[in-house]
Design a protein around this ligand. Sequence first.
Ligand SMILES: [Zn+2]
Ligand SMILES: [Zn+2]
Length: 466
Amino acid sequence: MGCSLDKFGRTTSQTHYTLTQEFFNRLLDKGYVYKANYKQQYCSKCNRFLPDRYIQGTCPRCGGEKARGDACEVCGSYLKPSELKDPYCVSCRTKPEIRETTHWFFKLSVFQTFLKEWISNNEELSPNVKNYASQWLKGDLNDWCITRDLSWGVPVPLEEADGKVIYVWFDAPIGYLSSTVDWAESSGDKEKWKSFWKEDEGRMIHFIGKDIIYHHAIFWPALLKAHGGYNLPHKIIAGEYLTLERKKMSKSRGWVINVDEYLKKYDPDPLRYYLIVVSPLNKDADFSWDEYIRRNNDELADILGNFIHRSLIFTSRFFNEKIPKPGKIKENDKEILQAIKKTKKEVGDLIESCDFHRALRKIIELAAVGNRYLNNKEPWKTIKKDPENAATTLYLADQIVKSISILLEPFLPFSAEKIWTFLNLSDSVHNQKWKDIEKPVPPNHAINVSTPIFKKINLDQINEKR
Ligand SMILES: [Zn+2]
Ligand SMILES: [Zn+2]
């Protein structure tokens, strides 16, 4: 799909263990972590305390079955294992017994006022994150048990805590920090992680699913505040669910489209386009084949692809495969240059605010402006009577094509590169700078022969696949 990662980190790295233990000790020293006895579910048959996800039972809030020890998928409630009705061990189905054990707790309750202010005054949190977190903060926050009796995980760095590890949701977000440190280390500039976590202008943007808003908007900022010295998240964007033909996707029921299967038959960009355009990130979205075809055919092929193809084909045909030299730029021609400038600014701002869906729509609108311009100016007619006019028209249309190539690069990288190649420009579109969007392709520059960028898909093709 053309996605790549600067760093793929795991919470099993040595850096992660060290930082997590340092974090824990610091909170303990500052008095934000305390020891207490805790009742936990113990399976006498498996001979162990059960991790939250190894206990299932009936949800005390909605009566839903198979609620896990930490959450109910039916009503979305966050739960404690001791709250479950009729609990049983997932491994052996035995009813667990409650046994007392010693654990360490984080004083989350101390941060209630801080969190309320941080969330209500924060314009950078997406509305669904804000609403969800505010709901939580209406009630009193409870302290969090942050250790477990388990054999895997980061060991609690205290002698008296032999055999105990740190709870995954305490150390998972620390993984963001440790993987930034590891990334800096492997890039050859050890100190680079500080530009995100320490410096005033450092920005951390979390892209998460909506089921873990609690951990990112409440728990993690409180941990960072307690520790001190690190930046808080700058933005939290929580994606909602994606359904397939209006039904929940499920691997086990086969109701799913695997990306590798998709790629055997279709290009990555139409799917990238679809997912960006239909998912505004704060609303549920649906994938349907009919809608996929409609978007591909009506928007990508008919608006974007058609504009680019027409501009380049007429340029080739009428001007010997060279960008024409423009004549006098009149008022209605100037509008084209203004449209490029305006779109560059708008798309840039929308990317900054992570509003990718509107940003991509702006680029399609620019192609629509180009199509209308060609239709009004009709260079295929004026080429005989007024070739200078046709030259101006196609010169400007080609400038839109060039700007679209750079604008499109973050969204549809394969198509952007194709356009760049048709224009016969040096280097790759992936290495261009945003400021170069307005830089014109000069007259007499030779271009390559172009082909349509987006293939139309017909329904029969899809039905067979379905
Ligand atoms: Zn429930
Ligand atoms: Zn068991």
